[in-house]
Design a binder for this molecule. Structure first.
Ligand SMILES: [Zn+2]
Length: 419
């Protein structure tokens, strides 16, 4: 018997997320999206933060002697969720906007009336990085409680050099205080700054020639992102910024085709972006472009829910055409939710994904867009020991029984965290 740190045993279903042909890396498209790689009455052996073995409980318990034995008590055990789109760092609640939403005001109308991103920018500029790091760490702990073991966090509520760098510093500080992997994204092009509302050219130049080089030199971000939308930035406006980001070694993510189709999906593919996000208004051409590429289509079903708009991304069509579909929260002051289980449930109930498809999208494909080499979202030997123990007996129940947190315990980075 070999000794290991942890064995998690007696899972009614162990969802390894290993693909139909034994794939442990890479994205899942089409029929492969619905393959969760079930081992019934399964177990996982973990040592030094990595998975050592998976298999039937009987075999694993006979082969390994564990420092800590976690009894899954006939619940599903699966990889931790990977949340690839969060705005984790901001100050000032916008709960008061709910009343405006209920009056039927649109996202754009709320922004123009003094709410939205500009309001959060005002509040966040006044907060120091220490305070923002504390807020980010507290939110990441909430995400952990809901089973998220890796997440992305964007800047984008500073819209000037000093505040944007401060937010990225806050993300760096938060990293040491939480259990998850945390990836940073520089989103200076989130909105037009109030100082450059009518002509953002000077701000675009500042980002490209001054802020971005500092971000790259200090290693403050893995990704550079931009909000491509009518009234915010056109593809032509942000192209030089994103090309420069790539030249400096950053990868690209795009807020694309959210309210209007500006060709954002095809633009993301053109740039070789890791991900195109939102896609509520994506055209058929955009879907074809994504389907023929490695750019992940990240769908955010809590956004239409939060803004009370019945338009969801055409998820089924995207799966059928062969896009790499993934899911994330889009946590921000307008979508105050870090519960990836609820995202999975919304993807099923509101967008028509099958439970298995939604779970693969929220783990394997999300991990592929964030860190393709890391093996996130798959429970296989050598992969990170990031997993959740749930209180539901089948993966279908995880999606079916909505509105409750099903996570009972988390292993993150090989560390057992009972909840
Ligand atoms: Zn966003």
């Amino acid at each position: 018997m070999s000794h290991v740190d942890i064995v998690v045993a007696n899972a009614s279903e162990l969802l390894t997320m290993v693909g139909p042909d034994g794939e442990t890396h890479g994205a899942r498209r089409g029929a492969a999206l619905g393959h969760v790689g079930v081992i019934e009455d399964g177990a996982v052996a973990i040592h030094d933060g990595r998975i050592v073995a998976t298999g039937p409980s009987r075999d694993i318990l006979a082969s390994f002697d564990a420092g800590t034995l976690v009894d899954a008590k006939d619940g599903v055990v699966m990889p931790g969720f990977v949340d690839t789109h969060t705005h984790l760092v901001w100050a000032g609640s916008r709960a008061w906007e709910l009343e405006w939403k209920l009056q039927g005001r649109t996202y754009r109308e709320i922004t123009e009336a003094g709410g939205g991103i500009p309001y959060t920018v005002k509040e966040t500029r006044q907060a120091d990085p220490d305070h923002l790091a504390a807020l980010a760490a507290e939110r990441a702990r909430d995400a952990l409680h809901h089973g998220t073991t890796a997440l992305e966090a964007k800047s984008g509520y500073g819209l000037d050099e000093l505040s944007e760098l401060g937010q990225l510093e806050a993300i760096r500080m938060a990293r040491g205080r939480i259990h998850q992997r945390l990836y940073a994204t520089y989103l200076g092009a989130h909105e037009r700054p109030p100082e450059h509302r009518d002509d953002p050219t000077p701000y675009l130049d500042e980002m490209r020639t001054s802020t971005l080089p500092k971000v790259a030199k200090r290693g403050l971000a893995t990704f550079c992102d931009a909000f491509v939308e009518k009234g915010v930035y056109s593809p032509d406006e942000v192209r030089p910024l994103l090309i420069e980001a790539k030249r400096l070694g950053l990868k690209v993510r795009i807020h694309a085709d959210e309210f209007n189709d500006l060709g954002g999906a095809a633009f993301a593919v053109d740039l070789g972006a890791a991900s195109a996000d939102h896609l509520l208004s994506i055209s058929d051409d955009g879907i074809e472009a994504l389907a023929g590429s490695d750019t992940v289509a990240t769908l955010l079903p809590l956004v239409p829910y939060a803004i009370r708009d019945p338009t969801y991304a055409p998820a089924r069509k995207m799966v059928e055409r062969g896009c790499i579909v993934s899911l994330a929260t889009d946590f921000n002051p307008n979508v105050p939710c870090l519960n990836m289980g609820f995202v999975v449930q919304q993807a099923v109930y509101a967008m028509g994904l099958a439970p298995a498809e939604a779970l693969v999208a929220a783990t394997v494909n999300a991990g592929h867009s964030l860190d393709p080499e890391a093996g996130l979202g798959v429970l296989a030997p050598g992969h990170p020991a990031d997993l959740v123990v749930t209180d539901q007996a089948t993966h279908v129940h995880l999606a079916y029984a909505f509105g409750r947190n099903h996570v009972r315990a988390v292993v993150a980075g090989g560390r057992h965290i009972p909840l």
